[in-house]
Design a protein around this ligand. Structure first.
Ligand code: MN9
Length: 292
């Protein structure tokens, strides 16, 4: 079973001035992240504004990322949407492009039963040959997976991991201990060091788009047992994330990238653009914490 390790930016979807996906910016962003030492990319997640894109745009974004990466790193595609049928269509497309795994947020909007979620992930795993990664994100999906539920998903050996975007470190620790062979990703960047203490070896995050180097460094320092120094870097990252949560994380990520010279446009409406004062505030925090 493949085990993923390292830092995986949850890529933003770059837009040009007309609000269309910008192939140039995708290339630039991917290249920049690779230079910083990331292990792979997570495409089509919340950070990618995927639920504001058409299915055609989701496929196009993935195609552009696959081309830009050119086999130099793993690519995981989130294909989650409202129905099993739509999800499987996106999963098959992702598989045809050669992704390393598909991932899926549980189908949302309608409250399904846990039986239905278990069936969903098994149907998905049956539909493709690439491995499947579940996505535990209670705050956004409205669904809380209990550790017993995760056990039911993991009994299918094609379901090889989980993106844990939850502040429940107790559950994360239990899952890590029970499933040492599964790929468990920390999905909250601000928890990365704490999650590493209990055994996490991989992270998927929005802030890795523009400060992947901090998390690559944290991982290196941990292997050298230099936890105090790792905590200083995590502290810098957290000061930035704290500021971002005040203005909207995805808008903040795009603003940071622009300040770093990678113009990815603005988030799609109904997200409203940041005000000048907010951009100035982010700039100061980014400068103070060595991101600019
Ligand atoms: O992909 C991101 N999750 C969401 C991971 O945006 C829902 C995280 O990177 C968070 O944006 C970040 C801030 O809470 O940890």
């Amino acid at each position: 079973m493949k085990k993923f390790k390292g830092i995986f930016p949850a890529l933003v979807t770059p837009f040009d001035k007309d609000g269309e996906i910008s192939p140039e910016a995708v290339e630039k962003l991917v290249e920049n992240c690779l230079e910083k030492g990331v292990s792979g990319f997570y495409v089509g997640g919340s950070t990618g504004e995927s639920y504001l894109l058409s299915a055609e745009e989701r496929r196009r974004m993935l195609e552009l990322v696959m081309k830009a990466v050119g086999g130099r790193a793993d690519v995981i595609a989130n294909i989650g949407v409202f129905s099993t049928k739509q999800g499987i269509e996106l999963a098959k497309h992702a598989e045809s492009l050669g992704v390393s795994a598909v991932s899926s947020v549980p189908p949302f909007y309608f409250p399904f039963s846990m039986e239905e979620y278990v069936r969903y992930y098994n149907d998905l795993a049956d539909s493709v040959d690439v491995p499947v990664i579940i996505y535990n994100i209670p705050a956004m999906s409205g669904i809380t997976f209990r550790t017993e539920d995760i056990q039911r998903f993991f009994s299918n050996e094609k379901i090889i991991g989980m993106k844990h975007t939850s502040y429940d470190l107790f559950q994360l620790e239990r899952v890590l201990k029970k499933y040492p062979d599964k790929s468990i990703f920390c999905g909250h960047d601000e928890l990365f060091l704490s999650a590493s203490v209990i055994g996490v070896q991989a992270g998927i995050g929005s802030s890795f788009n523009f400060m992947a180097e901090k998390f690559v460094k944290i991982r290196k320092l941990i292997t050298e047992n230099r936890w105090q120094e790792a905590a200083v870097i995590q502290g810098e990252a957290n000061a930035v994330i704290e500021a971002f949560t005040k203005v909207g994380v995805f808008k903040g990520v795009k603003a940071a990238l622009k300040l770093q010279g990678i113009d990815c446009g603005e988030c799609r409406r109904p997200f409203a653009p940041l005000e000048e004062g907010q951009i100035q505030y982010l700039k100061e925090v980014l400068e103070k914490n060595h991101c600019l």
